[in-house]
Write a protein that binds this ligand. Structure first.
Ligand code: NAI
Length: 349
């Protein structure tokens, strides 16, 4: 099924409002989800609406949250999300961070007590569109073995980075710190396919190719990804006085309770370090130079981080965004949710 950006946004917004959210919150979540689907990050788009709707309906996302913004220093702040929708809190947190960095050169804003916030690229791009550089990191539920371990400890803890150029291109690097997202394992399972032995381990900590035998995901690049996911956990958890590692709440265990997740935005205003136009020109030159390389065998060109998402978005603007039929049918239906997620094992389908 192919839908326009506007139709997808409106369908998701309506569903989230019917589940119990106020219009502005439903709109902010839907904007972040549309951003993801539009760039081909379908793991963080419309596929999540039914889960959010169930959580909202069951009280695990506060319907009428009272956000508390506290400036804790010239460049630092905390935005307590009252376990409201993470997408909205993270978006507002970035707006605040941009304001602070405009006045002080740098901003570090922590979001506390939030629910899942989706694709982090959305938030760092807010800053790049204002000629700033941003990093955002957040916690997610434990499903990854530490390097050398056998039990899930950290989440897929993503890192996003964005920077402006002096043309329409935005550099957006946005990745989970695992080799592969959990959604890709589910996809292999649903098709009865094996997975590469580099994605996940069984309950003995051995690499597995059986998509039904997955006990945990593995960090990207072994000890390096492990170190990065620990860094993310410290920056968006312990640093903000929130639970750490294996104590981070599960996505599915109890949909009636707030998740108390954390996220951290770091925004740097280039104007405090260099000439902004020269900085942006230099990044454009960097992307041009990369494009001039002779592609390696099997490649047609060198892409900059975020470019493939941009290419996908351009294609979808012409052809419509591709949405799984089942998800579309749910979005246009009167159903709010099907009680599918509460208490679900995180490694179940
Ligand atoms: P991915 O593996 O699809 O892409 C990672 C990065 O590599 C992107 O910046 C992409 O632009 C870049 N890239 C991909 N192919 C490239 C190529 N050929 N040349 C140059 N650059 C290329 O992303 P991943 O790890 O699957 O993450 C997907 C999304 O999931 C992200 O938006 C992330 O924020 C989100 N996420 C959110 C979580 C949460 O709890 N909120 C948890 C984990 C992930």
């Amino acid at each position: 099924m192919r839908v326009s950006k506007e139709e997808l946004f409106n369908l998701m917004k309506d569903k989230l409002q019917k589940a119990g959210l106020k219009e502005d919150a439903a709109a902010d979540i839907s904007d972040v989800l549309t951003f993801a689907d539009h760039r081909g990050i379908h793991s963080h788009g419309a596929v999540r609406v039914e889960y959010y709707a169930e959580r909202i309906a069951k009280g695990g996302i506060t319907n009428d949250p009272e956000y508390k913004f506290e400036k804790t220093g010239p460049s630092t702040a905390i935005l307590d999300g009252d376990n409201g929708p993470g997408h909205q809190v993270a978006k507002q947190g970035m707006e605040r961070a941009i304001e602070i960095a405009r006045d002080n050169g740098v901003a570090v804003v922590g979001m506390t007590n939030i629910s899942h916030s989706g694709a982090l690229g959305y938030f760092v791009e807010q800053a790049a569109k204002e000629d700033m550089v941003a990093i955002s990191v957040c916690q997610s539920d434990p499903m990854v073995v530490p390097f050398g371990g056998t039990e899930p400890y950290f989440g897929t803890n993503p890192i996003a980075f964005s920077a402006p150029t002096n043309d329409e291109r935005i550099i957006t690097f946005d990745m989970a710190t695992t080799v592969q997202a959990w959604g890709k394992v589910l996809d292999a399972r649903s098709k009865g396919n094996d997975i590469p032995d580099t994605w996940a381990v069984n309950d003995k900590g051995e690499p597995t190719t059986n998509s039904r035998d997955v006990h945990a995901l593995v960090p990207v690049a072994g000890p390096k990804g492990y170190g990065l996911m620990m860094m993310v956990d410290i920056l968006s958890g312990s640093l903000l006085g929130l639970p750490h590692g294996v104590h981070v709440s599960s996505m599915y265990k109890d949909l009636t309770a707030g998740r108390q997740l954390g996220q951290l935005h770091i925004v740097i205003n280039p104007a405090y370090f260099t000439d902004v136009d020269q900085f942006k020109r230099q990044l454009s030159t960097m992307l041009d130079e990369l494009k001039e390389q002779t592609p390696a065998p099997g490649f047609t060109e060198v892409n900059y981080p975020g470019e493939r998402g941009k290419m996908r978005a351009d294609k979808y603007d012409e052809e419509g965004i591709e949405i799984v039929d089942e998800i579309y049918d749910y979005l246009v239906s009167d159903d709010i949710h099907f009680d599918r997620y509460h208490g679900k094992n995180r490694f179940a389908e």
